[in-house]
Design a protein around this ligand. Structure first.
Ligand code: SF4
Length: 333
């Protein structure tokens, strides 16, 4: 596990869907398998509380099912350090120290904060914890002195804040932390079954775990090019969500064929979708096999995050010693 350290986190939202997979998780797996990085991936359960503090009943179940999906798609505890944020109390300590030096104005102007607050208007997010979301995220990242953070574009403002907090900390107390860089990769644009953004809350998601008839039915229900009312109408693959999925799950030559045939109404949407669900099922077969195993072995999943937590903690303990020394809050020890 030599190499540059990579770190990323995900809030526990329960079962993950193909949007999560191709938007982030696949990237995590690729970085892990590249072999040149030391990957730390964690469940941001405290971050989940910043907006879902009133619904903690399902939290444990969500954590378990998310980590199970991680293992299913090929995150490997032998190669990556997988852990749970709340198991490493050091994150909270660093968060407190960072909160002292972070100007409120930096947090209030954060575009992700403003957007999320509007999006989640049904919840009362005028809390201290929600405003402080990126401060906690900064603590997560620099605790492990990560060089790079694989994130989506929506997280860039948070990462910029991390860098600002790091600069301020290093200026005030001496250089302790490196400034992390964002590792952005191109992510394909996949929509939900109904053509809106794929989201658990829209009930339009195809889950990583979906297989068999469930998978077939969902694919069959996918919106296609609205101009293809009849079988003989030519289609436009470039605006068809089914086609976007084919580009990920179907062999390139076949994809080109579908493209041509769709444009000249040589293939119908029903056949096109049947081909897609068969290909998704085939590509996901090893994932489903692993999922089945871990679903039957939940205690193994908990053991994995406990072991990852021990590895993460060793780093965090060291970092915090250094931090306390730098901040001069280590007297009497
Ligand atoms: Fe989309 Fe396939 Fe129908 Fe073309 S044939 S519109 S690519 S589902």
């Amino acid at each position: 596990m030599a190499g540059k350290r990579i770190l990323s986190g995900m809030r526990p939202t329960g079962r993950l869907h193909l949007g999560n997979l191709h938007g982030a998780l696949q990237n995590w797996v690729d970085l892990q398998n590249d072999g040149s990085y030391d990957c730390f991936y964690f469940v941001a359960d405290w971050h989940a509380l910043t907006s879902d503090y009133a619904e903690t009943e399902t939290l444990g179940e969500y954590v378990l099912s998310m980590v199970t999906d991680w293992l299913g798609v090929g995150l490997d505890p032998e190669k990556s350090t997988l852990f749970i944020q709340s198991h490493i109390k050091e994150h909270a300590e660093l968060y407190v120290l960072f909160s002292m030096i972070t100007p409120l104005s930096w947090l209030e102007r954060n575009p992700t904060y403003k957007e999320m607050k509007e999006e989640l208007a049904s919840k009362d997010l005028s809390t201290f914890g929600f405003l402080g979301y990126p401060v906690l995220q900064a603590a997560d990242i620099v605790m492990y002195k990560a060089y790079g953070v694989p994130v989506g574009a929506d997280q860039l403002p948070h990462l910029e804040l991390t860098r600002e907090i790091v600069r301020r900390f290093n200026y005030l107390y001496g250089v302790v932390f490196p400034e992390p860089v964002a590792l952005m990769t191109q992510t394909p644009k996949l929509l939900g079954i109904d053509g809106r953004k794929m989201s658990k809350s829209y009930d339009n998601a195809i889950y990583i775990a979906d297989r068999g008839d469930v998978l077939k039915k969902k694919v069959a229900a996918m919106f296609t090019d609205p101009q293809r009312q009849r079988r003989r109408d030519p289609g436009r693959p470039e605006i068809c969500n089914v086609f976007a999925f084919h580009e990920l799950y179907t062999a390139p030559e076949k994809v080109r064929e579908i493209e041509t045939e769709c444009r000249r109404a040589g293939i119908g949407c029903t056949d096109c979708k049947e081909l897609l669900s068969a290909n998704v099922a085939r590509v996901m077969a090893p994932v489903h096999e692993r999922l089945e195993y871990y679903r039957g072995h939940a205690s193994e999943v908990w053991d994995i995050v406990a072991a990852g937590g021990a590895r993460a903690r060793a780093v965090a303990v060291e970092t915090m010693e250094e931090v306390r020394r730098a901040v001069k809050i280590r007297y009497g020890l």
